[in-house]
Design a protein around this ligand. Structure first.
Ligand code: ADP
Ligand code: MG
Ligand code: ZN
Length: 501
C-alpha cells in the first residue's frame, strides 16, 4: 500500500522556523533464560506456542512470580543511566484488550518505576556530547506476536486470517523513556540516532540483552513535535512506532519534522497519534489515536509483591557497571595509537570487542588486531557469518598468539591450528599436541636435515661457501619441506650459514 503523498517542508526551512522536541521510548528485551513471571524459556525462533504455560497464557488461577535476574538487569540498566533506584515499587496492571495479550492486561509499572531521573551523555558525529535526560526505566512483559496471513505486507489490512504465537508473551522487557529532548535543533535526527546507538552499545556492554533491532530485541518509538522558534510551550507530538534500525531512527525523525512543519505552516494542526514507519521509502503514516493513561485503568498488581531492592544489593550492582563503550573506545584508540579511520573500520567490522577480549586474554594488541582483521575476517566471509559468530573465542586466539611467540609453532602452522579450532577440534595447545604440529626446534634434528639438504645439493652448498648467501634459500626451503613446515625458518637459515663457513 503506497502512502498518499504528503507535503514536506525543506529541512533548512524547518530549522529556520521551528524548534523540534523529541521523546524516545526504547523497549529492550532482556536476555534472561526464563520469562518475567514464569519459568518458560525465552529463546528466539522456537516453534510457535511451544514456550508457554498457564501463567504466560493468562489461564485462570495461575500466579506470576517475579524473575529476580530480570530485576537485577533492570537495576543495572537504571544505574548505568545514572538513575535513582526506587527502594520500593509496585507492578501495575495496564488493562487493554488485544489478542496478542492473553490476560487482557499487561503487567507493567506505572507511577512507581524501578528507575527514575537519570541521564546519558551521547557522542555525536563531530565528537561532541549531548546530554539526554532520562525520565524513567520500568519493567514490564512483552506481548505475543500476531501473524496476519493473506494481506499484502503482513499487516492486518487485507488479511484473510491471523495466527497468534504466545512464545514472546511474558518475555521481560525494560522500557526506557527520555524526558523531552530540547535544544538539539538541526541535529535532532542525529541526536535521536546517537541516543539509540549509545543505549544499544551500553545495554550490550551490560550484557543484559542481545540488542538486535532486526529481531526486535531492541525497539524504538520516536516522539516528535515542533514549536515555533521562541515559543515556550511544546507542540503536539506524534509517536512513530517500531523504528527498527539506527538509520531509520534518524530518517523517521527527519521525516516527521518536515511533515509536521508543512502541516503547521499551512495553518493545520498536528493530531496526537501513533504513526507507522515505512522502511522502504522512509515515510510515516497515521496509526491510531493515542490512548491516555486513563484509558488503561492502571491499578497496582495484586498478585505480586512490591519490588524492594535493598541498598546493599544496589551498591553491589553499581560495582558491575562497565565503562561506557564509547569512552572505552576513545581510551583504547589513544592507548593503541590508532587513527580515527582505523578505529572506525575496526568498529564497523565488528572486530573491536573481539580484539579487546583477545588483549584481555594476554595477547599483544597488534597481533590480536592482525588476526581478527585479516585471517579471521577472511574465514568469517567464507562462512558468511559475522565475525563474532565464528566458532573461535578471543581466549583461543590469544593462545595461538602465545604459541607463536613462544616459538612452539610458526605463523604458517598457526593458521592450520586456527582452522582446526574452527573445525571444532579443541583448544590450540591441545591441537598442536594431538596433531604433532609443534615446531621442530631441536637443533640436532634440524642440523641433520640441513646436512642432508646440503649433501643433496653440492653445487648450491659450494655457492653458499663462496659467499653467495642468497643461495641458502633453496636449502632452507628443502629443510622446511622435510619438517612439514614446522621448523623455525630463521633458525634453519642460521644453521645453513653456520654449516657453510
Ligand atoms: P506514551 O504513554 O504516550 O508512550 P510516554 O510518557 O511513555 O508516553 O512517552 C512519551 C515520550 O514523549 C517521552 O519520552 C516524553 O518525554 C516525550 N514527550 C512528551 N511530550 C512531548 C512533546 N510535546 N514533544 C515531543 N516529545 C514529547
Ligand atoms: Mg510509552
Ligand atoms: Zn510461561
Amino acid at each position: 500500500m503506497s502512502a498518499p503523498t504528503v507535503d514536506l517542508m525543506d529541512y533548512s526551512d524547518v530549522i529556520a522556523r521551528f524548534e523540534p522536541v523529541l521523546g524516545m521510548e526504547v523497549h529492550v528485551e532482556l536476555n534472561t533464560a526464563t520469562k518475567m513471571f514464569c519459568g518458560c524459556p525465552t529463546e528466539f525462533g522456537a516453534q510457535p506456542n511451544t514456550q508457554v504455560c498457564p501463567v504466560c497464557l493468562g489461564l485462570p488461577g495461575s500466579l506470576p512470580v517475579v524473575n529476580q535476574k530480570a530485576v537485577e538487569s533492570a537495576i543495572r540498566i537504571g544505574l548505568a543511566l545514572n538513575c535513582t533506584i526506587t527502594p520500593w515499587g509496585r507492578f501495575a496492571r495496564k488493562n487493554y484488550f488485544y489478542p496478542d495479550q492473553p490476560k487482557n492486561y499487561q503487567i507493567s509499572q506505572y507511577d512507581e518505576p524501578i528507575a527514575t531521573n537519570g541521564h546519558l551523555d551521547v557522542l555525536l558525529d563531530d565528537g561532541s556530547t549531548f546530554r539526554v535526560e532520562i525520565e524513567r526505566a520500568h519493567m514490564e512483559e512483552d506481548t505475543g506476536k500476531s501473524v496476519h496471513i493473506g494481506g499484502a505486507t503482513g499487516r492486518i489490512h487485507g488479511a484473510s486470517h491471523s495466527l497468534l504465537d504466545y512464545n514472546r508473551a511474558g518475555v521481560p522487557l525494560i522500557e526506557i523513556v527520555t524526558k523531552p529532548i530540547t535544544g538539539a535543533g538541526e541535529r535532532a535526527p542525529e541526536v535521536a540516532r546517537a541516543y539509540v546507538t549509545a543505549l544499544r552499545d551500553l545495554l550490550k556492554a551490560l550484557g543484559v540483552s542481545d540488542v538486535k533491532m532486526e529481531q526486535g530485541s531492541l525497539r524504538c518509538d520516536a516522539n516528535v513535535s515542533l514549536m515555533p522558534i521562541g515559543a515556550t510551550e511544546f507542540g503536539t507530538r506524534t509517536e512513530t512506532k517500531n523504528v527498527n534500525s539506527l538509520r531509520s531512527v534518524e530518517v523517521a525523525v527527519r521525516f516527521e519534522m518536515r511533515r509536521q512543519a508543512a502541516v503547521l505552516a499551512g495553518g493545520g494542526t498536528i493530531v496526537q497519534e501513533t504513526r507507522h514507519f515505512h522502511e522502504t521509502d522512509g515515510t510515516t503514516s497515521p496509526g491510531r489515536r493515542k490512548e491516555t493513561a486513563e484509558d488503561y485503568r492502571y491499578f497496582p498488581e495484586p498478585d505480586l509483591e512490591p519490588v524492594a531492592p535493598d541498598a546493599e544489593w544496589v551498591e553491589q550492582l553499581r560495582g558491575t557497571i562497565p565503562e561506557y563503550p564509547w569512552l572505552r573506545r576513545a581510551r583504547i584508540q589513544s592507548d593503541w595509537g590508532l587513527s580515527h579511520e582505523v578505529m572506525r573500520d575496526l568498529v564497523n567490522a565488528g572486530a573491536l570487542d573481539l580484539i579487546i577480549a583477545t588483549v584481555d586474554a594476554g595477547a599483544p594488541a597488534n597481533e590480536a588486531r592482525s588476526w581478527w582483521v585479516a585471517y579471521l575476517t577472511e574465514k568469517a566471509k567464507e562462512r558468511e557469518v559475522p565475525l563474532d559468530e565464528l566458532p573461535i573465542t578471543p581466549a583461543q586466539v590469544a593462545e595461538v598468539i602465545k604459541l607463536v611467540d613462544a616459538k612452539s609453532i610458526n605463523n604458517k602452522v598457526a593458521k592450520q591450528v586456527v582452522d582446526y579450532v574452527l573445525a571444532g577440534e579443541g583448544d590450540p595447545a591441545q591441537i598442536v599436541e594431538a596433531k604433532g604440529l609443534g615446531m621442530v626446534s631441536d637443533d640436532s634434528a634440524l642440523q641433520a636435515e640441513v646436512e642432508k639438504a646440503l649433501a643433496a645439493n653440492p653445487d648450491i652448498a659450494d655457492k653458499i661457501r663462496s659467499g653467495k648467501v642468497q643461495a641458502a634459500g633453496k636449502i632452507v626451503g628443502d629443510v622446511m619441506k622435510a619438517t612439514r613446515g614446522q621448523a623455525d625458518a630463521a633458525r634453519v637459515r642460521e644453521l645453513v650459514l653456520a654449516a657453510c663457513v
